[in-house]
Design a binder for this molecule. Structure first.
Ligand SMILES: Cc1cc2nc3c(=O)[nH]c(=O)nc-3n(C[C@H](O)[C@H](O)[C@H](O)COP(=O)(O)O)c2cc1C
Length: 220
C-alpha cells in the first residue's frame, strides 16, 4: 500500500509532469510582442540559467548567449536579420552561439573527477574522446550546433513557461552578426532568439507532419 506522502509525491509529480507536457505542447514561435514592455534582468538571467541546464555532450556546455537590448543595437540586429521587425518589438535578442573548439574540456573533466564520477585516468581518456569530436572544421561546427540548439530549445520553453513570447531564428547574416557581436573566432552563431512580453494571440499553429509519417521503427 502507498503511504500518504508517497501518494502526495505522486500527485505532485503528475501535476508537474502535466504542466511540463502542456508547456511543450503549447509553445509557439511568437511574432506578436508588446513593444512597450521590457524584459527585466532577473527574468533574463533565469532564462539563461534554464538554457544552461540543457544536456550537452560530456557536459562540456559549449555555448554562449549574447544579449542585445540597446535600441540602436537592436536596429542593427533587425537589419542583420533581413528586416525582421518583431525583434525590435520583442526588445531582447539573444544570440545562442556554440564553441567549435573544446575550450571547456580541461575544466569539465576536472569536475567529473572532483565529483567522484571518473578517476583521473578515465577522465584523461574521455577528454581525448571529447577533443576528438572537434577533429575537423565540420565536426567542430556540428558539435557547436547540436549542443547549442538544445540550449536554445530550453530557452524557448522557459520563456513560454514564464508567460513570455519567443521566436527562434536563423534568418540572419551569420557572418555579419558574428562580427557585430564580436564573437571569438572559435564561436559560431547558432540561433537568434527574439524574446519579450507577449502582445497577445498568435495565429493557429500550422499543421505538423503526423507521427505515422515521421516515426520509423527499427529502420527508416
Ligand atoms: C531553425 C529555425 C529557424 C527559424 N527561423 C525563423 C526566422 O528566421 N524568422 C522567424 O520569424 N521564424 C523562424 N523560425 C520559426 C518557425 O517559423 C516556426 O518554428 C515554425 O513555423 C513552427 O511554428 P511554431 O514554432 O509556432 O510551432 C525558425 C525556427 C527554427 C527551428
Amino acid at each position: 500500500m502507498q503511504s500518504r506522502s508517497e501518494t502526495r509525491d505522486r500527485a505532485d509529480h503528475d501535476e508537474t509532469f502535466e504542466q511540463a507536457i502542456t508547456a511543450l505542447r503549447t509553445r509557439r514561435s511568437g511574432h506578436n510582442f508588446a513593444p512597450d514592455a521590457a524584459l527585466d534582468d532577473a527574468t533574463l538571467e533565469s532564462l539563461i540559467e534554464d538554457a544552461t541546464l540543457a544536456p550537452s555532450s560530456y557536459n562540456l556546455q559549449p555555448w554562449e548567449f549574447v544579449v542585445v537590448q540597446d535600441e540602436e543595437r537592436l536596429d542593427t540586429v533587425v537589419e542583420l536579420a533581413f528586416g525582421q521587425e518583431h525583434i525590435r518589438d520583442a526588445g531582447t535578442a539573444v544570440l545562442v552561439a556554440g564553441h567549435t573548439t573544446p575550450k571547456t574540456a580541461d575544466r569539465v573533466f576536472e569536475e567529473w573527477v572532483d565529483a567522484g564520477r571518473m578517476d583521473e585516468e578515465s577522465a584523461a581518456q574521455t577528454k581525448e574522446q571529447s577533443v576528438g569530436m572537434y577533429a575537423d572544421d565540420r565536426m567542430g561546427r556540428d558539435y557547436a550546433i547540436r549542443n547549442a540548439s538544445l540550449a536554445a530549445e530550453n530557452l524557448l520553453l522557459s520563456a513560454h513557461a514564464r508567460g513570455l513570447s519567443a521566436t527562434p531564428m536563423i534568418g540572419f547574416d551569420a557572418e555579419g552578426i558574428a562580427e557585430f557581436l564580436e564573437l571569438p573566432e572559435d564561436t559560431v552563431p547558432v540561433v537568434l532568439i527574439a524574446v519579450g512580453p507577449s502582445g497577445g494571440e498568435e495565429p493557429d499553429r500550422l499543421p505538423r507532419r503526423g507521427v505515422d509519417e515521421v516515426l520509423h521503427r527499427e529502420s527508416f
